[in-house]
Design a protein around this ligand. Structure first.
Ligand code: PLP
Length: 427
């Protein structure tokens, strides 16, 4: 048995002298120790799907239990909206359960074209391409657009899929949301590379803060760089009409590439890239996860079109979400928790101690509250945290139950103001 308090996931990434099976076995021992201590906060099995509460198979007792679900990206709970479900059912009956081929070779259905047009219009762009997952969408589009002589200029907190997409090109980082640092990096890159592309998240997935997109576009264009924004956690959540970060900053049409996932507020799965028609057309023929992977299922495409209609026609869902965000935020801050720079539906409580984070998750699990543990190496050790996210249909009673539990545990573990409002940064 390996004492879990002494190790993290990073320790099993590579171990000198151990082959892959020996390494997997060492990791298995580590997981066994975590489980014995009720610190397994990953892969808890849901029996009811995403909602403000969720039936879960308790990994420790083997029994079912109802939990307040504070970890969904399904911000508007469109996974369960009667209209998205109905649209999916109809498409399933009309087209069958799959598209049958890759998009270039027979897998493009008319409902995919309708989805492409809907996404382009929703994002205020000329054209859009659809992928079957958001991760592949970023990897596939960036790797097709940026080659060896180019450079990706990344905010240091961008999503893993963006980092993986940049493996065939040069990469430079700038300090998180820091415009001076961005400018410095762009100055350095200006003459050195052919294509320069600044890539940022609209809303950062572990911190819940919003990128300074208006300033980023201004600075990037000044230095001849393109801008790509990943709208995974912004779509449906920010902007007057839920269209995301460009709408929030009133710069729709000025961002070169607007990417995102269908898996968060849109409630299904998949990804998109929207922009100029020539760029989108190029991706159709050069983006490997698009060309060599079977097209989106018809029922997903139909549910997605309906999801965007709902975002446009039912603003009350977004209003309820924001009422919840304001209420939860005000109360967490008044209890003295460190929420970093969070300003959206994503709430990190920064603790800076991996074992404490897992203990807290254990206690919350026992109190029937489902939160996520985010620890090293996903974030640096001094910024390990529990991460919660809100939905539009969490009730005040749900939120008060969570706030009461956190108040009690915050005192027990002495984690109020654990670190002083800092988020990750490079030296
Ligand atoms: C910012 C960001 N981009 C991309 C992805 C990948 O999206 P998907 O889960 O749809 O593959 C995620 C999420 O998980 C994300 O948070």
């Amino acid at each position: 048995m390996i004492d879990f308090t002494q190790y993290s996931l990073a320790d099993f990434y590579d171990i000198a002298d151990l082959d892959m099976l020996q390494r997997a076995k060492a990791f298995h021992e580590y997981l066994k120790d975590i489980h014995k201590n009720h610190h397994t906060h990953y892969r808890r099995v849901s029996l009811s799907g995403s909602g403000p509460t969720m039936r879960v198979a308790d990994p420790y007792t083997g029994k079912e239990k109802e939990m307040i679900y504070m970890a969904s990206n399904d911000y508007l709970n469109l996974t369960k909206h009667p209209k998205t479900i109905e649209a999916g059912k109809k498409a399933l009956e009309k087209y069958g359960s799959g598209a049958g081929s890759v998009p270039l070779l027979g897998g493009t259905l008319d409902i995919h074209i309708a989805l492409e047009k809907k996404v382009a219009a929703f994002k205020g762009c000329e054209s859009a391409i659809i992928y079957t997952n958001g991760f592949g969408s970023n990897v596939g589009s960036i790797s097709a657009l940026l080659r060896e002589g180019d450079v990706a200029v990344l905010d240091m907190l961008v999503h893993a899929s963006i980092i993986d997409g940049c493996k065939g090109t040069h990469v430079e980082h700038f300090r998180h949301n820091n415009m001076k640092s961005l400018e410095k990096v762009l100055q350095k890159c200006q003459k050195k590379y052919r294509t320069k592309m600044v890539i940022i998240d609209g809303v950062y997935s572990m911190d819940g803060d919003i990128c300074k997109l208006d300033k980023i576009v201004e600075i990037a264009h000044h230095y001849g760089a393109y801008v790509m924004v990943d709208e995974a956690h912004a779509t449906g959540v920010i902007g007057q009409k839920g269209r995301g970060t460009p709408e929030y900053f009133n710069i729709e049409g000025k961002v070169d590439i607007v990417a995102g996932t269908f898996s968060k507020a849109l409630g299904t799965v998949g990804g998109f890239v929207a922009g100029r028609k020539e760029i989108i057309e190029y991706l159709q023929y050069y983006s490997r996860p698009y060309m060599f992977s079977t097209a989106q299922t018809p029922q997903t495409a139909a549910s997605l079109i309906e999801a965007m209609n709902i975002i446009e026609n039912e603003p009350v869902l977004r209003k309820n979400l924001w009422d919840n965000i304001r209420y939860f935020r005000k109360n967490l801050l008044s209890l003295g928790f460190n929420l970093g720079n969070s300003e959206t539906a994503i709430f990190p409580i920064i603790i800076g101690d991996d074992v404490k984070v897992r203990e807290l998750c254990r206690e919350l699990h026992e109190a029937d509250i489902y939160v996520n543990a985010v620890q090293y190496p996903a974030v640096s050790r001094r910024l390990s945290r529990i991460r919660m996210s809100l939905m539009c249909n969490h009730t005040r009673q749900h939120l008060d139950t969570v706030l009461n539990a956190l108040e009690h545990l915050g005192k027990k573990y002495n984690i109020m103001k654990a670190s002083k409002g800092e988020t990750a940064d490079i030296a």
